[in-house]
Design a protein around this ligand. Structure first.
Ligand code: DAT
Ligand code: MG
Length: 155
């Protein structure tokens, strides 16, 4: 059991559809701690790194183009084993098959326009937080709510 940090991106489609607040609110209500947040425009270099596992897929070009259409919101969330918890909150890639109640399941219908990105492992979360945030853009503070979100032996 350990406190983890994970990267979430609110994707261009969600920005256009006015879903920033709704998406942030899902993570807040879950009891996670926001430790970094900024709007940024992605470029080809960062997307080549971020989607390196998809570089040889036929949809890589359109995926990159989609992610550069307008700015995204990058967020870093912290919580106990939160990499997995955040993936569950987001739902599976193909949004129209994602579980109802999840962000993608409730808010999206597409495979590519699926409103959020979330790190898929603890190892990748570490790399992705570093990729999107500089030192000084991740904040360390006490969230007193944690006393109510967790049992004493979990903190
Ligand atoms: P996830 O975002 O659920 O981690 P992934 O890492 O496999 O999924 O892919 C990253 C993004 O690439 C995904 O959110 C949307 C796009 N994508 C994945 N598979 C796709 C496909 N078959 N067709 C079009 N876009 C796809
Ligand atoms: Mg992924």
């Amino acid at each position: 059991m350990s406190m983890e940090k994970t990267l979430v991106l609110v994707k261009p489609d969600a920005i256009q559809r006015g879903l920033i607040g709704e998406i942030v609110s899902r993570f807040e209500k879950k009891g996670l701690k926001l430790v970094g947040m900024k709007m940024m425009t992605l470029d080809e270099a960062i997307l080549r790194e971020h989607y390196a596992h998809l570089a040889d897929k036929p949809f890589f070009g359109s995926l990159s183009k989609f992610m550069m259409k307008n700015p995204v919101i990058a967020m870093c969330w912290e919580g106990l084993e939160c990499v997995n918890a955040v993936r569950l909150l987001c739902g599976i890639t193909k949004a129209r098959s994602a579980e109802a109640g999840s962000i993608r399941g409730d808010l999206a219908m597409s495979v590519s326009c699926n409103v959020v990105h979330a790190s898929d492992s603890v190892e990748n979360a570490g790399k992705e937080v570093k990729r999107f945030f500089k030192d000084g853009e991740i904040f360390d503070y006490k969230k007193t709510e944690f006393e109510h979100v967790y049992a004493e032996d979990e903190m």
